[in-house]
Write a protein that binds this ligand. Structure first.
Ligand SMILES: [Zn+2]
Ligand SMILES: [Zn+2]
Length: 327
């Protein structure tokens, strides 16, 4: 079965974080964090519809300018979500530039920024190129714990404590649906856009006697398709956790968010021998990250966001996180 998205860290684990989540079908991508994104091509960055920013420490947000620079030349909107105070900070970023060449004849590029404070998305604003990025209040009502809800997937979030609110994210594919070619042949049905309608019907749990239209004179019951040609399985879950103190409330939130994840990308900032320093800076150690992954029962662990103090000692960090995970 193929996954809906392919996530990949943009940089080596010592560089500023960004996770690029590329959709396998369709020209679209998401970003978790906007650290150093220079390794992404313009073509890749132009596919980004949403960027979710954990917090605005510079190592997680400095890539904003490059993304904005490219998006100025497109009409598709760019949506940003971050923690409390994020909308003001995006506005300040925009105000740092002179937009005197923009007017109502400019390309209609829209940037939105929204804040997530735990209960749901809080304040949100819109900035339009045609209005020289003047701030406009808007409203973006969403269910608590959810940053984005679409037909095929949902982005969930929790607020962690890092001395400042820091968001952790999960990409949750609702249901993985695959079409079995041999089954279609058996039913003598052609491949075509009608399959998307069939997949949608499976995803929303439509009854087996629902009629799926293949062409005007050809319908097939959903139950027959499910029996022979369309298979569904649990969706893919990817969790992303950075910059968090290791204490009870963070541990509970991280464990809940990462529970059963197929992949967990987690900061591994310090070695456990430097646990005191990690606590002071409100970061995780490798042993703590591994323990969290173990408690959440994740299938695959990807440690990253290593402190530069360990350059040349990367193996030690990896061994420590691995040992705690395997328990
Ligand atoms: Zn930070
Ligand atoms: Zn950081």
């Amino acid at each position: 079965m193929t996954w809906l998205v392919q996530p990949r860290l943009v940089n080596d684990p010592f560089s500023d974080p960004a996770l690029f989540i590329d959709f396998r079908f369709g020209r679209r991508a998401l970003l978790f964090d906007l650290g150093d994104v220079t390794a992404l091509s313009a073509r890749e960055l132009l596919r980004v519809t949403h960027a979710f920013v954990s917090h605005t420490h510079m190592d997680h947000f400095a890539g904003f300018d490059r993304l904005l620079r490219l998006c100025l030349h497109r009409t598709a909107p760019l949506h940003l979500v971050g923690p409390a105070s994020f909308v003001d900070q995006v506005e300040h970023k925009l105000r740092a530039y002179n937009w005197n060449l923009l007017d109502e004849d400019s390309l209609d590029f829209v940037l939105t920024a929204a804040e997530f404070t735990g209960g749901g998305v809080g304040g949100s604003c819109e900035f339009r190129a045609r209005e020289a990025f003047r701030r406009r209040e808007s409203s973006l009502p969403l269910a608590p714990g959810t940053l984005l809800e679409e037909e095929e997937f949902r982005i969930e979030s929790v607020v962690l404590d890092h001395g400042t609110p820091c968001l952790a994210f999960a990409f949750h594919e609702k249901l993985r649906i695959n079409v079995w070619r041999e089954g279609l042949d058996l039913l003598k049905l052609p491949v075509g856009p009608w399959l998307n309608e069939a997949k949608r019907a499976v995803r929303r749990g439509a009854p087996d006697d629902s009629r799926i239209r293949i062409r005007d004179d050809l319908f097939v019951p959903l139950g027959v398709l499910k029996q022979h040609a369309v298979r569904s399985a649990r969706g893919h879950r990817i969790a992303y956790v950075v910059d968090a103190a290791f204490h009870a409330s963070n541990v509970a939130r991280i464990t809940e968010l990462a529970r059963g994840a197929d992949q967990l990308f987690i900061e591994t900032a310090f070695l456990d021998e430097d646990a005191e320093l990690a606590a002071e800076r409100r970061h995780l150690t490798a042993a703590q990250a591994g323990t969290l992954a173990k408690n959440a029962g994740v299938s695959r662990l990807v440690p990253f966001h290593f402190s530069p103090r360990y350059i040349g000692r990367e193996d030690q960090l990896r061994r420590e996180v691995e040992a705690a995970w395997r328990g």
